[in-house]
Write a protein that binds this ligand. Structure first.
Ligand code: KIV
Ligand code: ZN
Length: 514
């Protein structure tokens, strides 16, 4: 078995998914879960891109101890400096510096000659090496680059101190055969390749990201880059959970080993989906809702007779368990705290109290509290910016029925602690509610997308709402849960708004490739 390192870029490339903007507490929560999942390196963000991202990377670097934390930098000294400032507190800080190497990128985007690109790449790796013990260098758009040129620049950046060479299929254009061949070529044509490891990074524009990743590993790549649920720029990146399970189930074909704990897949996937607001398609491999559902009678009959007739992966392998009930109305603070620890959460006293209060409120309205409910409460509490002035919902009341006009009255506390109240009508209850909220807040708000789902099943399941809104022209997402769907909708609206309020105090987030 050959050992393969896993480099997760959910918090950087994944966060570049359209409409995703995670705050630093959410990023930290995902980072903690990635550590539990057993990844070897995490790319926490792009520190030079914004003050918000800088702070998030720093917080992760200062907290995560068992996983190497890295940050992205363009081939600009100030990017490397910003990354060092954010990462220097990490146990194993690393830098990921990149420059484009394809003819189209060099000519039109960088407007540099190939020799200038080599010079800059070498200079940046040298510069980065003065600060970072580990420097990863990426050839952006490697898969559309000239192989001989790529071999030349790789040899030089290895000499300059790069210990990981990443060859991305930036636009998801390569076929498995081409992508695999590029790795074989570098293994055979870069004289000092034994001084570094090769890494693959695939985008899914043609739906080939996982296949390309595997082709790279079969041809010498020792590190895989990808994201949870395959989120990322455009069609996303290679889904790490798919690669990990493929290696395990088809170990006869793929003699590769990782440090991943497959039982953490479900929870990692749920957390990323919840916090990014990116729903997982029902038929997605490994983590989709239907991945283990057998619909046709013939399949059901087969599975009942012998599970492996139609089931090649067990739900248990990825940590999918039926919602075990541990706590209920009569559970005390002690039992609750034990359960929180058993679920792997580290909550401060203040957050534990808040979580316990929410749990108690829920037990008043819901008979059975499931693991999914607790996961929702704990994630919400853990990512709440507690000591920040923000909008708070004091109360709302909705009147609607089949024969009258839906009318909502909302009372809000503003970040200046002022109490404001408004009544509005709408075509539906949520529209009336949002109309009243729009009138009460001082920001300009436009709703772009609204989604509602349930946490788990049953008539008393928690409702979860995700919204995308333009707030003062900036796209923000928000999520909210409650037992009632309208209250979940109100919470999602305020969550997006408060994110904007908090973020605009820090910095206006800027994506790097726009
Ligand atoms: O896809 C890509 O080329 C990237 C680089 C920044 C590594 O994400
Ligand atoms: Zn990428």
């Amino acid at each position: 078995m050959s050992k393969i390192q896993i480099f997760d870029t959910t918090l950087r490339d994944g966060e570049q998914s359209p409409g995703v903007n995670l705050n630093k507490l959410e990023k930290l929560e995902i980072a903690r879960q990635l550590e539990r999942f057993g990844i070897d390196r995490m790319e926490a963000g792009f520190p030079a891109s914004s003050k918000g991202d800088f702070e998030a990377v720093k917080m992760i670097a200062d907290t995560i101890k068992n996983t190497s934390v890295t940050g992205l930098a363009r081939s600009v000294k100030s990017d490397v400096d910003a990354a060092w400032e954010a990462l220097k507190g990490a146990e194993h800080p690393a830098l990921h510096v990149f420059i484009a190497t394809s003819p189209i990128h060099m000519e039109y985007k960088l407007q540099k000659k190939p020799e200038e690109v080599i010079e800059l790449a070498v200079e940046m790796v040298r510069y980065a090496n003065e600060k970072f013990a580990q420097v990863q260098w990426s050839a952006e758009d490697a898969s559309r680059s000239n192989l001989a040129f790529l071999a030349t620049i790789i040899e030089k950046v290895i000499d300059a101190g790069a210990s990981v060479i990443n060859l991305p299929d930036t636009v998801g254009y390569a076929t498995p055969q081409e992508y695999g061949y590029m790795f074989k070529y570098m293994m055979e044509n870069v004289p000092n390749i034994d001084k570094a490891i090769l890494s693959c990074h695939c985008h899914d524009d043609l739906g080939l990201a996982v296949a390309n990743t595997i082709a790279a590993v079969e041809n010498g790549a020792k590190q895989i880059e990808g994201t949870i649920n395959g989120i990322g720029e455009r069609a996303g990146n290679a889904a790490l959970e798919e690669v990990a399970v493929a290696f395990n189930i088809r170990a006869d074909q793929y003699p590769f080993e990782t440090n991943l704990n497959l039982k953490e897949i479900k929870r990692t996937s749920d957390l990323v989906s919840k916090l990014t607001g990116m729903h997982i398609q029902a038929n997605k491999a490994i983590v989709g809702r239907n991945a283990f559902a057998h619909e046709s009678g013939i399949h059901q009959d087969g599975v009942l007779k012998h599970a492996q007739t139609y089931e090649i992966i067990t739900p248990e392998m990825i940590g999918l368990q039926s919602n075990l009930l541990y706590l209920g109305k009569h559970s005390g603070r002690h039992a609750f705290s034990d359960k929180v620890k058993a679920m792997g959460y580290e909550l401060s006293e203040e957050r534990l109290k808040e979580a316990f209060d929410k749990f108690k409120q829920l037990t008043d309205r819901k008979k059975e509290i499931t693991d999914d409910d607790l996961f929702t409460i704990l994630t919400e509490v853990q990512t709440d910016s507690l000591a920040v002035d923000k909008y708070e919902l004091d109360m709302f009341q909705i009147e609607y029925g089949s024969t009258n006009i839906p009318t909502a009255t909302v009372e809000l506390k503003t970040p200046d602690k002022e109490i404001v109240k408004k009544t509005c009508t709408g075509n539906g209850s949520v529209e009336a509610l949002y109309e009243a909220l729009d009138k009460l807040v001082s920001e300009e708000v436009e709703l772009i997308d609204f989604q509602l789902s349930s946490v788990g099943s049953g008539a008393d399941a928690l409702a979860e709402s995700h919204v995308k809104m333009l707030i003062n022209g900036q796209q923000m997402n928000g999520r909210g849960t409650a037992q009632d769907i309208v209250e979940a909708a109100a919470n999602a609206y305020l969550n997006a708004l408060n994110r904007y309020v908090i973020q605009s105090n820090v910095d206006n987030k800027k994506k790097i490739f726009d």
